[in-house]
Structures are given as structure tokens and as C-alpha cells.
Design a protein around this ligand. Structure first.
Ligand SMILES: *Cc1c(COP(=O)(O)O)cnc(C)c1O
Length: 391
């Protein structure tokens, strides 16, 4: 089988040495202000009618190189890079929604995205219905004549449940909804939502795209029309601009994204298989395992299954002990680093959610979420082995 063209795209996207004195590495344009050629062109550049740069909040050449790369990786026609993944979600929803509108969202979302819906958008007059979107039938019952957006995340955090992307698009488009998808967990190496008809793809570049746990950034990929509205209107006003050096760091991370993801995928599968064979582990959730309830769907819409693995050690106390006893794997929130990160959801990321609600969302007492790194797989497994043996 031919190799995925993403290996070449990731290495070259956004480079433009002839415009940068031959510099193969895109320079960090550490500038807030840009000189304009003359009054007429200056006005056109400032308004976004003519290409160019005027003031750093609206764009910067290093940021533009990153945006070009994001665009090519996801197969979109335009992209916007921002200061964080949350900024990307905020700018997207504030562009696509107005007070009085309604949004349908999956009930299994990144916790802060959930807070954005309930604590910010809802009080501002945008009503929200959260549904179990793993069953496409639930979407229909949530629809109102004010619904404008369907917000999804697949694989979901932390349960690794999947949402059928083509089915969601088939529901949304005839009803006039835009489909927004957070593709942070999968990355474009494993899943390209725009190819399935999704309208807007969002990333927390703080995770796999940056890849080294040393930056906070976000990105949006969509059409020229949508991105232009975001750049020249919403984010011009909101101001969640990415710093030039951060844009450069994300771009550097992207150069090795396919290599890292290939390794994350392989290591996560090895870890998932090991855990599944262990008598002390109740359940393992990994889309790449045939035992995953939606493995067939994973095979249809993903080209790889990612670095995230969830498993269940049955009890809260065992979950805490398992992560406390590890030596190589680092106890930490976040994901997508080269290092293996691990956390116990019930006592950490989802501790603020009442137990009944947490269980209803599929987050059991003993659920452990692992972001499998790129170390030697047998070293990660040996560390798990010594900790599980003490349970
Ligand atoms: C981390 C994360 C976010 C938020 O991104 P930040 O860069 O931390 O603002 C959004 N969605 C998902 C799935 C994430 O993992």
C-alpha cells in the first residue's frame, strides 16, 4: 500500500525559503507592527482585502506558515492559529452562533469545553443540549428550529467512545447545521474529519501537534469564508492571537508529527494488548482493539487509533494507588507528549463531577487514562507491570 502523503506534507508545509532570505526554517517574525507600502494598499491590507500584514493581532508571517501547514494536514482551504485550544473553540462558536441560537453537543467533551457551553454560552443566551452522540438517533430528538451547530469530539475524552462522523454530517447538513469537530485526540495523521464532510476542525496544538509539552496553542481549519470571518472579525475583537515563537514551535512539532504518531499508535496498541491480557484489569478501551465496541467504525473513519488508552482497575483506591506507584510513566493531566502521561480520572480531571453523573458518562471509579508516549514499549509495560503487581 502507498504510504500516506502526510509524511511529506508535514515536513514541508508552510516553508517558503525564497521569501525568507533562503531560510529553510521559517523565521520567527517577532514583530507587532508592519510597514505598509502606501495609503491605498495599507487600507486594503488592514481590512483584509489585500494579502499582507499590518498589526500582529490579525496575523504574522510565522503564524501564516503554521496556518498553511494546518490547512494542508487537515485538507482544508484556510486555517487560523490561536493562543490555545480553548481560544479555537471560543472563536469558532462565537463566529457560528448568536444569542437566541441553539447548539447540540456531544455529552462526552473535554471538561473545559463543557464549562464553556454551560457557564459562558448558556448565560449569554445560546441554549445548549448535550446528547449521547454515539447513537445518531439522539441527535434528531435534540433538534430545534434554532439549532445552528453540532459540536463533536471523537474519540471522546476519556472514554474513547467514537461518534460516527459521516452519520453526524448526514444528520446535520440537511438541517442547516454546521458540524464542528475537535480532532485533538486523533490528529490528522489518524483522522481527517473534513474529508467526511465536517465543516470546522479544531485543535489543541498543546497536545500532539506541538508534541513536546512545551507550549499552549490552538488551531482551526475550515473554508476561506469561515476563517476570514474568524480572523477579520471574531478574533480581531477577541484577541486570542498566537505568539510568533509559539507558532514556530508548533510548526517544528508538526515536522515530526507522522513519525511520532506512528510510534504513539504502535505503543498504545502494545500497551492495550498487554492490559487486556492482565487478570487484574477489568476493561480496556482502545479503538484499535477488536474488543472495542466500535472497532468496526474505527476501521472505517480512522487510519490509525491514536496514543490514548483507557482502562479500569475497578475501585477508586486502586486507581489512585496504580498511578502513585508508577516510576517511568508521569502522573500528569494533558496528553500528546513524547513522554507517557497517566492520570486517574475520578480523582483528578473529573473529580468535580458528581459520582452519578460521572458514572452515567461512562467514567468508572477505577478508570485510568493514559497518553502513551514514544519510549520503548517494553519499558512502559514493565512500569505498569510492577505497579499492577502491588494492587
Ligand atoms: C487540551 C484540549 C483542549 C483545550 O486546549 P488548550 O490548548 O489546553 O486550551 C480542547 N480539546 C481537547 C480534546 C483537549 O485535549
Amino acid at each position: 500500500m502507498a504510504e500516506d502523503p502526510i509524511y511529506t506534507t508535514a515536513v514541508h508545509a508552510g516553508e517558503d525559503p525564497l521569501r525568507n532570505q533562503g531560510s529553510l526554517s521559517v523565521p520567527v517574525y517577532q514583530s507587532a507592527v508592519f510597514a505598509l507600502p502606501d495609503v491605498e494598499q495599507g487600507a486594503a491590507i488592514t481590512e483584509g482585502i489585500q494579502p499582507g500584514y499590518s498589526y500582529g493581532r490579525k496575523g504574522n508571517p510565522t503564524q501564516a506558515a503554521l496556518e498553511q501547514a494546518l490547512c494542508e494536514l487537515e485538507g482544508g482551504t484556510a486555517a487560523l492559529a490561536l493562543s490555545s485550544g480553548m481560544a479555537a473553540i471560543n472563536v469558532t462558536l462565537m463566529t457560528l452562533l448568536a444569542p437566541g441560537d441553539h447548539i447540540i453537543a456531544s455529552n462526552c467533551l473535554y471538561a473545559t469545553t463543557h464549562s464553556l457551553l454551560t457557564e459562558i454560552l448558556d448565560p449569554f443566551g445560546i441554549s445548549v443540549t448535550q446528547v449521547d452522540a454515539t447513537n445518531p438517533e439522539n441527535l434528531d430528538s435534540a433538534l430545534t428550529d434554532k439549532t445552528r451547530v453540532l459540536l463533536l469530539e471523537t474519540p471522546a475524552n476519556p472514554t474513547l467512545e467514537l461518534i460516527d462522523i459521516p452519520a453526524a454530517v448526514q444528520f446535520a447538513h440537511p438541517n442547516g447545521l454546521k458540524v464542528v469537530m475537535d480532532n485533538t485526540f486523533a490528529t490528522p495523521f489518524n483522522q481527517r474529519p473534513l474529508d467526511h464532510g465536517v465543516d470546522v476542525v479544531i485543535h489543541s496544538a498543546s497536545k500532539y501537534l506541538g508534541g513536546h509539552g512545551d507550549l499552549i496553542a490552538g488551531g482551526i481549519v475550515s473554508t476561506k469564508e469561515v476563517i476570514s470571518q474568524m480572523r477579520w472579525h471574531t478574533n480581531k475583537i477577541l484577541g486570542a492571537v498566537i505568539a510568533p515563537l509559539t507558532a514556530w514551535l508548533v510548526l517544528r512539532g508538526i515536522r515530526t508529527l507522522p513519525l511520532r504518531m506512528e510510534r504513539h499508535n504502535a505503543n498504545a496498541l502494545a500497551v492495550a494488548r498487554y492490559l487486556e491480557g492482565h487478570p487484574k484489569i477489568k476493561q480496556v478501551l482502545y479503538p484499535g482493539l477488536p474488543s472495542h465496541p466500535q472497532h468496526a467504525l474505527a476501521q472505517q473513519q480512522m487510519s490509525g487509533y491514536g496514543g490514548m488508552v483507557a482502562f479500569d482497575v475497578s475501585e477508586v483506591e486502586k486507581g489512585r494507588r496504580l498511578v502513585d506507584q508508577l516510576r517511568l510513566c508521569t502522573l500528569a493531566v494533558s496528553l500528546g507528549n513524547v513522554e507517557t502521561l497517566i492520570q486517574h480520572s475520578a480523582s483528578m480531571t473529573h473529580a468535580s463531577i458528581p459520582r452519578e453523573q460521572r458514572l452515567a458518562a461512562g467514567i468508572s471509579d477505577g478508570m485510568i487514562r493514559m497518553s502513551v508516549g514514544i519510549e520503548r514499549a517494553e519499558d512502559i509495560i514493565a512500569d505498569l507491570e510492577q505497579s499492577i503487581a502491588q494492587l
